[in-house]
Design a binder for this molecule. Structure first.
Ligand code: NZQ
Ligand code: ZN
Length: 381
């Protein structure tokens, strides 16, 4: 097992009715800016619950943080936050609103342009404290320090890692109103987060392996029930907890990590606006195929323990495991090939060009170069 340092300070407040507990988490003298997306919270009653919980408090609102939050929008929020002397931020929405809020939190005390902070997180100094009401289980942003920000002008999408929310309020009832496509993408995103931390090499940590397999098995078990009835509180509660546990550091202790699927997926979003979870399910099966020798032991273990694939030669079992993974994604109603998303050869060429230019060496062994990425993307067609 590798050495590691683990610290996760996020206070999770979970369950039905927990938005009402909001005010207690924010000191009374704070000037709050509440950040929102495009308006889903007005339709599902979350906005009213937040406003009721903040009764008597000094707060302003910022609306319009879009999916795959754009630096162009966040600059406006930062300017408003500076002008209003905001000293606490509350994100109300999905991962995009929260990721955007993480940049606003770093951008308000910063004198330069906030995109510099995305490109170089070491430039982040003081950060305005923030909390969130999370309405979409997927990113794990509610319990990690990551944020992914897009730049419309340059068609780029990059992650930075700096600060955790002080608290996260997760009420599974807030997810009942999600469009089924977002639910599917959320399940897919969670599944692939676990895979990025799990599908590397065998024998490093049986404990981390079992935790990761537990989340994967839970997702496979609850996915059809959720698709049949998205208002089933217990299923949605388990989904929400899977999403949080999938990317809060608990399954990453002392083990190597991959993340190449995410890096390639981010390019598909940056160039075509494809929803994050949707990009991942196109890339992962192809990545497993191309990296099958290096990942052989782990693919066999995953196939056996998660899908019960025990019969046949190693090659046959690997093939069946990759197929089972793709079939699971298709069972969510998602496309798993580039042509289904109307993405063609020019995009493959552009991603490879970008990775070569950046000198990218992705994956747990740092050997997924631009050329290997081309082989992966050719298989996604
Ligand atoms: O904007 P509104 O109107 O709120 O609508 C949103 C949005 O259109 C809607 N929605 C959210 N909660 C809802 C709801 N609609 C009805 N009922 C609800 N309860 O869903 C749409 C998508 O929301 P978004 O926040 O974009 O989705 P998600 O949470 O999947 O976030 C995706 C972003 O997170 C990044 C992705 O790259 C992408 O930019 N990621 C962040 C990570 C992190 N911080 O650690 C890791 C991930 O790998 C990921 O990269
Ligand atoms: Zn993700």
């Amino acid at each position: 097992m590798n050495n590691f340092t683990f610290q996760n300070p996020v206070k999770l407040i979970f369950g039905k009715g927990s938005i009402a507990k909001l005010a207690k988490e924010i000191p009374a003298d704070k000037k709050i800016m509440v950040t929102f997306g495009g308006g889903s919270v007005k339709k599902n009653g979350v906005y009213d619950q937040v406003v009721a919980a903040l009764k008597g408090r000094d707060f302003v609102e910022f609306w319009g943080i879009e999916p795959n939050p754009k630096i162009e929008t966040l600059r406006k929020a930062i300017a408003q936050g500076k002008a209003e002397k905001v000293d606490f931020l509350l994100s109300v929405g999905g991962g995009s609103v929260l990721d955007g809020t993480k940049l606003i939190a770093a951008g308000i005390p910063y004198d330069g342009d906030a995109w510099e902070l995305v490109l170089d997180e070491d430039k982040i100094g003081e950060v305005v404290p923030f909390g969130d009401v999370m309405t979409l289980p997927a990113t794990g942003s509610e319990m990690n320090a990551g944020a992914v920000i897009s730049n419309l002008a340059t068609q780029e999408k990059f992650a930075f890692h700096h600060s955790f929310p002080q608290f996260s309020i997760l009420d599974p009832e807030a997810t009942f109103s999600l469009p089924p496509f977002q639910v599917a993408c959320g399940i897919a995103d969670t599944f692939v987060h676990v895979m990025e931390q799990y599908l590397t090499v065998t024998g490093v940590s049986p404990l981390m392996d079992r935790w990761a397999e537990g989340i994967l098995q839970t997702l496979i078990e609850i996915a059809p029930k959720i698709r049949a009835n998205q208002h089933d509180y217990d299923q949605m509660a388990n989904f929400m907890l899977c999403a949080t546990m999938g990317l809060n550091g608990f399954i990453a202790m002392g083990v190597p990590q991959d993340w190449a699927t995410h890096m390639i997926g981010h390019e598909l979003t940056a160039l075509h606006g494809v929803t994050h979870g949707q990009t991942l399910v196109v890339v992962l099966p192809a990545l497993m195929s191309v990296m099958r020798e290096q990942k052989k032991g782990k693919i066999l273990q995953y196939g056996e323990r998660v899908f019960g694939i025990r019969e046949g030669s190693e090659d046959e079992r690997i093939d069946r495991t990759i197929r089972a993974t793709e079939e699971f994604f298709r069972s969510l109603g998602l496309a798993t090939r580039l042509h289904e998303l109307q993405i063609g050869q020019d995009t493959i060429d552009e991603i490879v060009r970008r990775f070569n230019e950046r000198g990218s060496r992705l994956g747990e062994a740092g050997n997924i170069t631009g050329d290997v990425t081309r082989r992966i993307l050719e298989l996604c067609k």
